[in-house]
Design a protein. Structure first.
Length: 767
């Protein structure tokens, strides 16, 4: 993970005026803090920010009752869409302006996530696991557009999370909630301050049985912070612990969904996490205009994955004594021994297992100088960072039986060892990331500010194959990313900005181990070679306007309009290999992401309201040809051709979000939120040959009642119209798994179905 000055560049950070939560939606003060970076200066004048950032505080993050980061982003953040390939509510992929962060290996990541200045993306695949976050301890969250300060692998920008401490939280709070799908939640937090020291601790438990077969979640989080604050300096030590057991049934063929919406196709589908992080943050105000801030951290992450899948190894022919991985190609285990046809019923499935153990460590330091220059207001930021990690990765595939009705793997099975195909993997990865950055914002007049910055990134990745030498290799990537920006504040009603920035993404160790047709892998779990990949470079231009207007009745209306245009060179994507069920990472040329966000936020008496509209055009600008995989619209040679202008899978072009909140009395509040999303191409259909996944409209209702000044009762009804909709669409490999009740399972189109209507109630008490 990277302890990086995320969002530290004062001329490149930002705050969408309409993006704050309703409780804080009052006319802006002259200066606000917009960054959670380890060394970010406070008191940044909002008028000098030349980029959009959406900021969410406690009111937005707890709008549904219990803390819900993903729910808040999915329902309120412009340009954000949640997609769930795993079909577990705690494992969604998040798209922002067409850039993705996902907990699943095999996803080309395009955003960075920082928690109190420490990079939260995992080093091996740059994945983001939201279940590790202590949601009850989150003080605020911001989404920011592309910015060199986020460092490597942040092509579309980043998400910054700030946690509470004993100086910002007060007293104790406990809450319990539960309801549909066997959901039970409990949170406890307590803060205490004594003189110059303060302590904060938070613990949470999440359990959900799920709305589908073989779907469940069990999560425990613990967070603590001990801080000291003097006249000029401060020191904090924090610890984060997490444990999670998640089962997500994944996508299901549409014919099976029609028979049983709660069904899963093959099982198990399990991910287990253990996580620990220790961090130290030091800040010192050296003088009236100069300050120093630094971070040091260590973390440990362990992930265990078990996926039951359709088999690639089946009887060579009816009644054959052995199994084959392809016509005429015998299946083998260790030592090249052929695998016999050991199931009398001829029914097989494959269990893919992997384990990832990562030890991460690093630090950063930043100096901020706000002294005037040449008679002009000025803010100068300079910093350096180092981040290292050592990861042990192991994976195996087993061929075994399958239960006839529930389609669950029957083991223990036989290990598959097929050189050039699926092989057991034991890989050690060592990576080191270095960064140095400099940024300056100059106030030319009282209304005009300009900014310039640059960051140098160096990534060194070493792979050592402990089962041989095929995976062994060393890769080094170097780049300097510049940025320019300007803001003109014509008047409080109107502010205009424009900015340009560049960012680069180094290939992850997972991608480097699966980077060619001859080195394809199964769900990015099994690696067989170490070809090189080019780094990705993003060129992003943004322009926008924002302001605050006073309306009748003493209310305020905040608005924003933002246009973004990002072109990626040598973009990396996962494309199908000639072998069915295999894929590999490759540079595919240029990719465009452009669009607009429009935001309105109203505060008027007892009413609060918001509207967010986004249009995202995400298209390939360079064509390429790939194997069709499970796509039924393949050409005669088994390929699909992606033409320039084809839309990227899974990214809807249009979405609108709106919400209204009304305080019926001083104690009683009611609210409703809704979002409408248009359809998007299926994953596996980059050529846009198939019918897109359908769009949807879904709405939620919330209410709360303050029983006493310290006790609040709250309730939520999700999906109040009981709409059946899908959060992910793809193609499933058919033909080797029989489904009872569907003798002719021939439609590979598959969806991940969202939750039906559900009701939840909870109680919050302060002490």
């Amino acid at each position: 993970m990277t302890a990086l000055a995320a969002g530290v560049l004062p001329g490149l950070g930002g705050l969408r005026a309409w993006g704050q939560d309703a409780a804080a939606n009052t006319p802006a003060a002259p200066a606000i803090e917009v960054s959670t970076a380890p060394s970010a200066p406070s008191g940044i004048d909002r008028a000098t920010v030349p980029a959009p950032v959406q900021n969410f505080g406690r009111a937005a993050l707890t709008a549904s009752g219990t803390p819900d980061v993903l729910g808040a982003l999915g329902q309120r953040a412009a340009g954000v869409t949640l997609s769930s390939a795993a079909a577990n509510p705690f494992q969604p992929s998040l798209f922002y302006h067409g850039f993705e962060i996902s907990p699943l290996q095999g996803t080309p990541q395009g955003l960075a996530v920082y928690v109190d200045g420490v990079r939260f993306n995992q080093p091996f695949g740059d994945t983001v696991n939201w279940d590790l976050l202590p949601e009850i301890a989150i003080r605020s969250l911001a989404i920011q557009d592309a910015n060199p300060a986020f460092g490597l692998n942040a092509l579309g920008g980043g998400v910054e999370v700030r946690l509470k401490d004993g100086f910002t939280a007060f007293g104790g709070e406990a809450e319990v909630a539960g309801g549909s799908f066997g959901r039970v939640e409990a949170d406890l937090q307590y803060a205490r301050r004594a003189g110059n020291t303060a302590a904060y601790v938070a613990a949470s438990e999440r359990h959900e049985a799920g709305w589908r077969n073989d779907q469940s979640s069990d999560i425990q989080n613990l967070y603590g912070d001990l801080g000291w604050r003097g006249p000029q300096a401060s020191l904090h030590a924090s610890i984060t612990l997490a444990n999670a057991a998640l089962n997500g049934p994944g996508t299901v063929p549409v014919q099976l969904l029609a028979l049983d919406p709660a069904a899963q196709y093959t099982a198990p589908n399990y991910i287990g996490h253990r996580y620990a992080k220790l961090a130290f943050t030091f800040a010192d105000r050296l003088s009236a205009h100069r300050s120093l801030r630094a971070i040091a951290y260590y973390d440990y992450f362990r992930e265990v994955v078990a996926n039951g899948n359709a088999p690639n190894d089946t009887p060579c022919f009816a009644g054959a004594p052995d199994l084959c991985s392809a016509p005429g190609v015998p299946s083998t285990t260790f030592g090249g021994v052929t695998i016999p046809n050991f199931r009398s019923d001829g029914r097989y499935s494959e269990l893919d297992q992997q384990t990832t153990n990562t030890n991460g460590y690093g630090g950063s330091a930043q100096l901020t100088d706000s002294a005037p220059r040449f008679g002009f207001g000025n803010r100068l930021v300079a910093g350096v960072s180092f981040d290292g990690a050592r990861t042990a990765f192991g994976a195996t595939a087993r061929i075994g039986g399958i239960t006839p009705l529930s389609r669950v793997f029957i083991g223990p099975g036989v290990v598959i060892d097929e050189p050039g195909g699926t092989v057991p993997v034991s890989l050690m990865v060592t990576d080191a990331y270095y960064g140095a950055y400099l940024a300056d914002t100059l106030d030319l007049t009282r209304t005009l500010s300009v900014s310039a910055s640059a960051r140098a990134n160096v990534a060194a990745i070493d792979l050592a194959d402990r089962n041989g030498s095929a995976l062994t290799g060393r890769h080094v990537y170097v780049r300097v990313n510049p940025a320019l920006g300007a803001v003109w504040q014509a008047r409080p009603l109107l502010s205009l900005y424009a900015g340009y920035s560049e960012a680069n993404r180094a290939p992850t160790p997972a991608e480097l181990s699966c980077a060619g047709p001859a080195d394809a892998c199964s769900l990015a779990n099994f690696f067989v070679g170490d070809p090189n990949l080019k780094q990705v470079v993003a060129h992003t231009f943004t322009i926008g306007l924002r302001g605050t207007a006073f309306v009748f009745g003493g209310g305020t209306l905040r608005y924003s309009f933002d246009y973004f245009h990002s072109v990626l060179d040598d973009d990396i994507t996962l494309i199908n290999a000639p072998t069915l069920g295999r894929a590999y990472f490759a540079n595919v040329g240029k990719v465009l992401r452009q669009g607009v966000d429009l935001g309105l936020r109203l505060r008027l008496g007892a009413w609060r309201g918001f509207l967010a509209y986004s249009r995202v055009e995400a298209t390939y600008r360079t064509g390429f040809v790939e194997s069709a995989g499970g796509n039924p619209y393949a050409s005669a040679d088994g390929t699909i051709t992606v033409l320039p202008g084809a839309h990227l899978p899974g990214i809807p072009e249009n979405q609108i979000k709106l919400g209204v909140d009304y305080r019926v009395t001083r104690k009683w509040r009611v609210g409703i939120t809704a979002r409408a999303v248009t359809g998007s191409p299926l994953f596996g259909d980059a050529a846009n040959l198939a019918k897109p996944a359908p769009g949807y409209v879904v709405a939620n209702f919330t209410t709360s009642y303050r029983i006493t000044p310290r006790i609040v009762l709250f309730a939520t009804v999700e999906n109040i119209t009981d709409t059946r909709y899908y959060t992910y669409g793809t193609f499933t490999q058919l033909g080797t798994v029989a489904v009872a009740g569907i003798p002719n399972l021939d439609n590979p189109r598959s969806y991940s179905i969202a939750a039906p209507i559900g009701g939840f109630v909870g109680l919050r008490a302060r002490f």
